[in-house]
Design a protein around this ligand. Structure first.
Ligand code: KG4
Ligand code: ZN
Length: 338
C-alpha cells in the first residue's frame, strides 16, 4: 500500500511516501531562513511559505518514491496540534488531493506521528522497534509529554508541561543569549565544547510526572542580566559554558521525570521523539541511563526528530489498517487531544 503523508503544522512543509511501513521518500522544505531573525515562528509568514512549497514538495516526494500519484492508496495529513494558518494549507491540500484522486483521507495527530516515527523502516534493512507498552518522552517546540504507548494508536499522557515546552526553554535561553531562532540546535552545538558544571540553574519542584520550564527561563534571564551588568562581554566570553549549563539543567529535568515514570510503571523500554530528541546531551544521558538502569532506549535518527511527513504517513498507515478515515468536512485543530 502506498500512503502520501502531508505535514504543515509549524515551520516545515513536508511530504513523504511510505510503502506500508517502508519510507520511499521524505521531503522537507525548511523555513529556518524565513523566521531566523524574528526570534520565533511568525504564523503569517509560515502560512505563506507553506502555500508556496506544498505542491513542489509533494511532486518531489512522488519523484523520489518513483511512483505516480495514481498509485497512491490514501493521503494522511496533520490535523493538529499546530498553527491554524499553517495547518490549513496542508489540510486543504490533502482534502483536495483525496477528492481529486478519489482516495481515502486520513487525519493524524502530529504528536502521535512523532511517536510512530520509531516504526518507520528503510528499504532493504529492518531495524529493531519498541514493543508495547513503552514510554515515550515527546519533546518539541510546543510540547513536553511523557506518554504511555499501549499500541500504535492508543497512547496516554502520564505527564506534561504546565507552561513552556522543553524546546521553547532551549529557544528562549538562546534568545536571551542573543542567538537566532531556533536556538535549540545552536545551544546544543555550543554546549558540546562547554563545561556543564560551571553554572548551575534551579530545578523546578513540580509534583508527579509533570514539567515546568517557565521558572528556569526567568532564572536564566536574571542570571544573564546580573552578570552582564558587571561584565558587558559576559555572554561572549562564556557562551560555551552558559550553553552547557542550561542544556545540562533541561536534560536533567527531563531525565528525572523519565526515571520516575519508569519506576512507577515498571516499563524499561524508553523512546524519545520530537525536535529536542535531536539534542546530543539528551541522547548521551539516555544512553548512560540505559546502562545504569537496564533500560532499552530508542533514539530516532536525526531526520525523524524534527517535523517530517514520513511520521504522518506512518500514523496514517495504521489508521488505514484500523479503517479510521476522515471526510471532507474535517478542519484543523490548533489543540488536539489524543
Ligand atoms: O518537533 P519540532 O521540529 O517542531 C515542533 O513540533 O515544535 O521541534 C522543534 C524544537 C525547537 O524548539 C528546536 O529548538 C528544538 O526542537 N530542537 C533542539 C535541537 N534540535 C531541534 N533543541 C535542542 N537541541 C537540538 N539539537
Ligand atoms: Zn513536531
Amino acid at each position: 500500500m502506498y500512503i502520501l503523508g502531508i505535514e504543515s503544522s509549524c515551520d516545515e512543509t513536508s511530504a513523504a511516501v511510505l510503502m506500508n511501513d517502508i519510507e520511499l521518500s521524505n521531503v522537507v522544505a525548511n523555513q529556518t531562513l524565513v523566521h531566523k531573525y524574528y526570534g520565533g515562528v511568525v504564523p503569517e509568514l509560515a502560512s505563506r511559505a507553506h502555500q508556496q512549497k506544498i505542491i513542489p514538495v509533494v511532486q518531489e516526494a512522488l519523484r523520489q518514491a518513483n511512483i505516480t500519484k495514481k498509485q497512491l492508496n490514501a493521503v494522511a495529513f496533520t490535523r493538529g496540534p499546530g498553527l491554524m494558518g499553517a495547518l490549513l494549507v496542508g489540510v486543504s491540500f490533502a482534502k483536495s488531493f483525496a477528492l481529486g484522486m478519489d482516495i481515502p483521507l486520513i487525519d493524524v495527530n502530529h504528536m502521535q506521528g512523532h511517536v510512530l516515527a520509531h516504526f518507520i523502516q528503510a528499504a532493504g534493512s529492518e531495524k529493531p522497534v519498541p514493543t508495547f507498552p513503552f514510554l515515550c518522552l515527546t519533546v518539541s517546540g510546543g510540547h513536553t509529554q511523557i506518554l504511555l504507548v499501549k499500541n500504535f494508536l492508543d497512547m496516554k499522557i502520564l505527564g506534561e508541561t504546565q507552561d513552556d515546552a522543553a524546546g521553547e526553554a532551549f529557544d528562549k535561553a538562546a534568545k536571551i543569549m542573543g542567538l537566532p531562532y531556533p536556538g535549540g540546535p545552536l545551544i546544543d552545538q555550543l554546549a558540546g565544547e562547554g563545561d556543564p558544571k560551571r553554572f548551575a540553574f534551579p530545578h523546578p519542584q513540580v509534583p508527579g510526572l509533570n514539567f515546568s520550564f517557565s521558572g528556569l527561563k526567568t532564572a536564566f534571564l536574571y542570571f544573564i542580566r546580573d552578570h552582564v551588568k558587571s561584565e558587558p562581554d559576559f555572554i561572549e566570553n562564556n557562551k560555551k559554558d552558559i550553553a552547557a549549563g542550561i542544556q545540562h539543567t533541561i536534560v536533567q529535568i527531563l531525565i528525572e521525570k523519565l526515571k520516575r515514570a519508569s519506576t512507577e510503571t515498571g516499563i524499561k523500554q524508553i523512546a524519545i521523539a520530537g525536535g529536542v530528541s535531536a539534542n546530543k546531551g539528551l541522547r548521551k544521558e539516555l544512553l548512560l541511563q540505559e546502562e545504569k538502569l537496564n533500560w532499552k532506549v530508542f533514539i530516532p535518527p536525526f531526520s525523524y526528530c524534527t517535523d517530517n511527513a514520513a511520521m504522518i504517513a506512518m500514523a496514517g498507515y495504521h489508521k488505514f489498517l484500523n479503517k479510521e478515515f476522515s471526510n471532507q468536512g474535517i478542519s484543523p485543530l490548533t489543540r488536539m487531544p489524543f
